[in-house]
Design a protein around this ligand. Structure first.
Ligand SMILES: [Zn+2]
Length: 215
């Protein structure tokens, strides 16, 4: 049982990269969000427990997240290779994950830290515009609509989500940095941290990761 982790700030392109890696490697993409939703949908006790926090708008505690991850790992055959995305988030989760994997003869082989210059993250996120009608996503520089402020698909009005305004973006990046500093150090000490230049073409970043996995 092997596992890799994708670590990246908001706007680093983690989702797109995970999608690409899913099709070009035999790693199974696992996000905690998906696992949470599946556990809730299946009505499993741990799912109901998680739901009680989500309904109150509270963060699901580490212990509950870990129960969900553990249940998942116990269901899968030992040959499985995981690609974790958005998890672990905390040092506690990281050390619990190591324990769970170890108890199934597994380990984390690589933690890919997607490195993108801060200016680029800010521009990627704050340039994002979303159609109010159909949810189509644009970017003022990278994917501009044919007519400024108007959706190509449905002619609906484009708007900037409150999450994407520059002040909020800067704050989100700061929070991410604070949250991941200790995680990065943890994995660096274990010798599994790999920095990937994710500020260029997404295909190049993907090829870089695939090459590292093969060597
Ligand atoms: Zn639209």
């Amino acid at each position: 049982m092997q596992a890799i982790i994708l670590l990246g700030a908001p706007g680093a392109g983690k989702g797109t990269l995970a999608e690409g890696l899913k099709t070009s490697t035999d790693y199974l993409h696992v996000s905690t969000g998906d696992m949470l939703r599946a556990a809730v949908k299946a009505g499993r006790p741990v799912g109901l427990e998680a739901k009680s926090y989500m309904e109150k708008g509270e963060l699901v505690p580490d212990a509950v997240i870990m129960k969900i991850v553990t249940e998942r790992i116990e269901q899968d055959p030992p040959s499985v290779k995981y690609m974790f995305d958005g998890f672990p988030r905390t040092l506690d989760q990281a050390s619990m994950l190591d324990d769970v994997l170890a108890s199934h003869g597994g380990r984390i082989t690589h933690v890919f830290m997607l490195d993108v210059p801060r200016d680029m993250l800010v521009s990627r996120l704050s340039g994002r515009r979303v159609c109010k009608n159909c949810g189509a996503v644009y970017h003022v520089q990278n994917i501009p609509p044919r007519v400024a402020g108007v959706c190509d698909v449905c002619q609906g009005p484009l708007y900037q989500r409150p999450d994407d305004c520059e002040a909020t973006v800067l704050n989100r990046l700061e929070v991410f940095k604070k949250q991941t500093e200790s995680l990065i150090e943890y994995y660096r000490e274990k010798g599994v941290l790999v920095k990937i230049d994710a500020g260029r073409d997404r295909e190049l970043a993907k090829a870089d990761i695939v090459a590292r996995l093969g060597s």
